[in-house]
Design a protein. Structure first.
Lengths: 203, 378
């Protein structure tokens, strides 16, 4: 059923490492189901996905995964309280309309949530904005401000602040590079040097 | 009974069928078709549920119209429902008119056609009869139950009533209840039939004339709901029918009128007006959540081990995406493993019967994965 020969993308591996075997997992924005499939076959989780693209849905279904076509903004409210051990939101928070509501929904539905974000506080982004005076278009931010799906960018510090304000506990903070390499950095330095960051959060 | 090709089974001879209405129906005849072969373990059976005016000839030539089966595209050797692997069963629903007990058939108590003495039935009653047919065929558990529109409603009732007899279930373009608008359209159709003087309170069997005009109008109305506005516009626009200008009369000036008239008149040759009343009523009565204090999720609590797939179509305004998605979310909330997608299609409600590559791809993936998990394939 599952293709285990394809290695898991390093940034997804970071997430997978946090999930306990046999857990109930909802992957929001699960794409082609790479992470879910890994978790189902390697960690025997009860995995479900939420994915907006038909291509992604079909890829998941063909892997034998169970996925709902939909998105974080509109569909999370339909999931019952406490129905999952983990809810995963990987590099999607910046693309939702109401990030705060989505974060709260993640922890309503799941006991824990794994959230990863692209860090808009990275020095390259700051330098680009400083030098060019225009919204950065980089290798990882390929679209211009007017047609990008990323409508709510934040920095690592921003997310820390929001989570704190909402009284959400951060159990793990893993700043990392684009290639999923962990960086041993404190919050402030991570905000300068980490392309991305992973937050394991709970109430 | 009219001369119907294919198999029939006599069910409920020993013990009468108790309908949702409370009425007992003893001895039910069922007309059905099968494709492929049941394997030794009896584990490869697929039940295909047909829509309102569909029938058991899902993949065989229709005995009255001579046309290919309505799901010929999907059922056959090497097709999505591969009859080299699966044993496909499709039966005419209770209340219909192609070999299964319904108002057209003889009431054993009077020796005359039932007419309006036939009890009002529900979707779940149809499913009870299908379950008895499976007993008759020695099929304990289905590999899959699948259907679109009213067929999808039967799939949902299978999940509420006999979840332990299912490995997987696919519901397409369907709803767990009829909305006011759904009921309204059906009522127009029924009133058209009943307003036809030849209907005679349903006692037209054996008469020279049947309520064909009324039934044709009912079909014309319903047919509009099966297509999208876009599809109608693309197909007909304001094109005129074999003329250069409007005639300032009430002839079928427009192609769309001519098309609908044809749909209506072709329909009466293969369908019974009273059956149309009974089956539309059964659909109107559907409200699964109502049996569970309004909580649809509770209806699917017994189906946590059934792999489910729900599909809607973007231009379907009869059973729109929101209705289908609600079903999928309810299943999800009940812990049922379910996949859902809205297929982008211009074809309206009828899309589930048509060539839809994205739907085919999703179904192929779902069926393949279900077969592997059910150890039907290595």
């Amino acid at each position: 059923m599952s293709n285990t020969t394809v290695p898991l993308r390093p940034d997804l591996k970071l997430i997978a490492d946090l999930i306990e075997p046999g857990a109930r997992v909802l992957d929001v924005g699960c794409d082609d189901g790479a992470l879910l499939n890994h978790l189902v076959t390697e960690k025997q989780v009860d995995g479900r996905g939420l994915e907006i693209s038909q291509q992604g849905v079909n890829a998941c279904v063909a892997k034998g995964l169970f996925v709902m076509q939909g998105d974080a903004d509109n569909d999370l409210t339909e999931y019952p309280d406490g129905s999952f051990d983990y809810v995963v939101l990987s590099k999607t928070l910046q693309a939702v309309h109401r990030p705060r509501d989505v974060l709260l929904d993640l922890l309503r539905i799941g006991t824990k949530a794994v959230v990863t974000i692209p860090n808009f506080g990275h020095w390259r982004v700051r330098l680009s904005l400083l030098r060019r005076g225009r919204m950065p278009v980089t290798k990882s931010l390929t679209k211009a401000w007017y047609n990008t799906d990323n409508i709510h960018f934040c920095t690592i510090l921003d997310l820390f602040e929001l989570l704190e304000a909402e009284g959400i506990k951060i159990s793990q903070f893993v700043p990392h590079t684009k290639d999923g390499k962990r960086l041993s950095l404190g919050t402030l330095r991570a905000n300068w040097y980490a392309d991305q960051a992973l937050f394991l959060i709970e109430n | 009974m009219r001369g119907i090709e294919g198999h029939t089974a006599q069910l409920f001879a020993a013990e009468a069928l108790t309908l949702d209405s409370g009425v007992m129906l003893s001895s039910v005849t069922v007309g059905f078709e099968t494709y492929g072969t049941l394997n030794a373990a009896g584990s490869n059976a697929v039940l295909v549920c047909h829509a309102l005016t569909g029938d058991q000839y899902a993949a065989s030539k229709h005995p009255l119209t001579g046309k290919p089966g309505w799901w010929d595209r999907l059922i056959g050797p090497g097709k999505l429902l591969d009859t080299d692997k699966y044993f496909v069963v499709c039966s005419n629903v209770l209340g219909s008119c192609l070999g299964t007990t319904g108002p057209w058939e003889t009431n054993p108590k009077t020796g005359k056609p039932w007419g309006l003495d036939f009890p009002v039935i529900t979707i779940r009653d149809m499913v009870r009869v299908q379950a008895a047919l499976l007993d008759h065929l020695s099929i304990e558990k289905l590999f899959m139950v699948i259907g679109g529109s009213m067929g999808g409603m039967q799939v949902l009732e299978w999940l509420t009533t006999y979840p332990e007899r299912l490995n997987s279930a696919v519901a397409l373009a369907t709803a767990a209840r009829h909305t006011a608008q759904n009921i309204a359209f059906h009522e127009v159709g029924r009133q058209a039939v009943m307003a036809d003087p030849h209907w005679q309170g349903g006692a037209y069997y054996g008469e020279a004339e049947k309520p064909d005009k009324g039934l044709a109008v009912a079909r014309m109305t319903a047919h509009i709901t099966y297509l999208s506005e876009d599809a109608l516009t693309k197909k007909f626009g304001r094109n005129l029918q074999a003329r250069d200008a409007v005639t300032f009369g009430f002839d079928a000036d427009f192609q769309v009128e001519s098309y609908l008239r044809h749909q209506g008149s072709a329909f009466v040759d293969r369908f019974d007006a009273n059956s149309y009343l009974y089956i539309t009523r059964a659909m109107d009565y559907l409200d699964i959540a109502r049996r569970y204090d309004g909580r649809l999720a509770d209806a699917f609590k017994g189906a946590a081990n059934v792999r489910c797939c729900v599909i809607s179509f973007s231009s379907d305004w009869l059973y729109p995406t929101v209705e289908n998605k609600q079903i999928a979310h309810a299943m999800n909330a009940a812990g049922v493993p379910v996949s859902f997608a809205e297929i982008n299609s211009p074809h309206g409600h009828d899309a589930f019967l048509l060539e839809e590559p994205e739907m085919d791809q999703m179904l192929a993936g779902f069926i393949g994965a279900a077969a592997k998990s059910g150890e039907l394939e290595p």
